[in-house]
Design a protein around this ligand. Structure first.
Ligand code: AHR
Length: 355
C-alpha cells in the first residue's frame, strides 16, 4: 500500500468516526422534551443459566425490557449454573460501576460477601426469581419472583383432592426435584412432603434431583422405573423434567395419564411456559401444571424507575400465577383460606394464549 493510500485511509476513518459520534450525540441530546435520557441506566444482569424453557423466557423478558429504547444499557452474563460464575459476574459489574445489579441466584446461600461488596460500592441489587438467604436483608434492595412455597402447596393440595375424588388409596409418588438449594426446589419439595404427610393414602417413594433439565429428568426416571414397579404419580419440579420423564415412561411401554386405577402413571409439573407443555395437558400427558411466571422484566424496571425517582420500592413483589389441569376433577384448591381456581385446558384456550 502506498503512503498516499494510507493517509487517505486515516482521513476516511476520521470522517466515519466523527459521523458516528454525531449520530450518538444527536440521539442523546434530542430536544423532544426529555423523552430520551441523558445517559442510559446501566444494568448488569447475572442470569443463572439456560437450563429450561422458563429460563429462556425469563432472559427474554429482561432483554426486551432493558433496551436502549427504554433508556437502559444491559450487560448480560450467563452463570451456566455455577454460583462461582455469578459471583465473578457481580464483581465485574462492580468494577464496571454499573448503576444497578440484577441477580437471578442459582441457589439461596453463599451470597453475603459479594452482596456486601456491591453495597459497599453503593450499587443497589435487585434479586429476581429465586431468593437469597443472607444474614442482612439490607444487602439487597428488592426482590421480584414467585411464591415457590405456595406453588408447592397448591400442587400438593391438588394431588390430595384428586386422589380423594378418584378414590385412589395407593398413590406411590416419586419427586424429580429441581436444582438442590434453589428456592424453586425448596418450596416445591416442601409442598409435596407436607401433602404426603397429610394423606395416609400416599407414599413418597423417593426424591431425586433432575436439575430442572429434560436430559437429567429422563435419566433419573429411567433408573427409578427400574427400581420401582409401582410408581403411579411423578411430581416433576418443572416442565422440562416432565418432558424427559414422559420420554422415559413411554420408552418402557407404560402409559402416562390420569387414569391411575387402570395403570396410568400421572405426571404433574410446574411452569406452563412452553406451548408443548400446555399441549401435553390437553393430551393428559401432564395432568396438572402449577404456573411459574417468568415475565419479571417490567417489574424490575418499575423498581429501578422508582429508585431513580428517589422512591422506596416494595421489598418483595410477587408475580401472578395460575394453575392448569386436563379436566375439572379438581376445580380449585384452598391454601390458607385463599381459593385458587384451576383452569381446564382446551384447544380454544391454547389458540388464544400468547407464548
Ligand atoms: O426458579 C424458577 C425455576 O427455574 C423454573 O420453574 C424452572 O423451570 C427453572 O429452571
Amino acid at each position: 500500500m502506498t503512503k498516499k493510500w494510507i493517509i487517505a485511509g486515516i482521513f476516511l476513518s476520521c470522517i466515519v468516526f466523527a459521523g458516528c459520534g454525531k449520530i450518538f450525540k444527536e440521539k442523546n441530546q434530542t430536544n423532544s422534551e426529555e423523552i430520551m435520557p441523558d445517559k442510559y441506566i446501566v444494568v448488569g444482569f447475572s442470569q443463572l443459566g439456560a437450563e429450561s424453557d422458563w429460563r429462556s423466557a425469563n432472559t427474554e423478558s429482561m432483554k426486551s425490557t432493558f433496551t436502549n429504547e427504554n433508556g437502559f444499557e444491559l450487560i448480560f452474563e450467563d452463570g451456566q449454573q455455577k454460583q462461582s460464575n455469578q459471583i465473578m459476574a457481580i464483581r465485574t459489574f462492580i468494577q464496571q460501576e454499573v448503576d444497578y445489579i440484577v441477580l437471578a441466584p442459582v441457589i439461596e446461600t453463599g451470597w453475603d460477601t459479594v452482596l456486601q461488596e456491591a453495597k459497599d460500592a453503593g450499587i443497589p441489587v435487585i434479586i429476581v426469581d429465586r431468593m437469597v438467604d443472607v444474614e442482612d436483608e439490607s444487602l439487597y434492595t428488592a426482590w421480584v419472583g414467585s411464591d415457590f412455597a405456595l406453588e408447592g402447596a397448591r400442587a400438593g393440595e391438588w394431588i390430595n383432592q384428586f386422589l380423594q375424588v378418584k378414590k385412589i388409596d395407593n398413590a406411590n409418588i416419586v419427586n424429580i426435584q429441581g436444582t438442590l438449594g434453589a428456592s424453586a426446589q425448596i418450596g416445591r419439595t416442601k409442598g409435596l412432603r407436607e401433602a404426603c404427610k397429610a394423606n395416609a393414602n400416599t407414599t413418597l417413594l423417593t426424591e431425586v434431583t433432575g436439575d430442572f433439565t429434560q436430559t437429567k429428568g429422563k435419566e433419573v426416571m429411567e433408573s427409578l422405573l427400574k427400581k420401582y414397579d409401582d410408581i403411579n404419580i411423578v411430581y416433576c419440579e418443572n416442565d422440562n423434567e416432565a418432558f424427559g420423564v414422559i420420554e422415559a415412561i413411554e420408552a418402557t411401554g407404560k402409559k402416562v395419564g390420569s387414569d391411575i386405577a387402570r395403570g396410568d402413571i400421572m405426571v404433574i409439573s410446574f411452569d406452563g411456559v412452553k406451548k408443548e407443555a400446555m399441549d401435553y395437558i390437553l393430551k393428559d400427558k401432564i395432568t396438572c401444571i402449577v404456573e411459574c411466571n417468568p415475565l419479571q422484566g417490567p417489574l424490575v424496571q418499575d423498581i429501578i424507575l422508582q429508585l431513580e425517582a428517589g422512591e422506596i420500592p416494595d421489598k418483595f413483589s410477587y408475580v401472578d400465577e395460575g394453575m392448569y389441569a386436563h379436566d375439572d376433577t379438581v376445580s380449585s384448591v384452598v391454601i390458607d383460606g385463599v381459593d385458587y381456581p384451576i383452569t381446564v385446558v382446551t384447544q380454544e384456550l391454547l389458540d388464544v394464549r400468547a407464548y
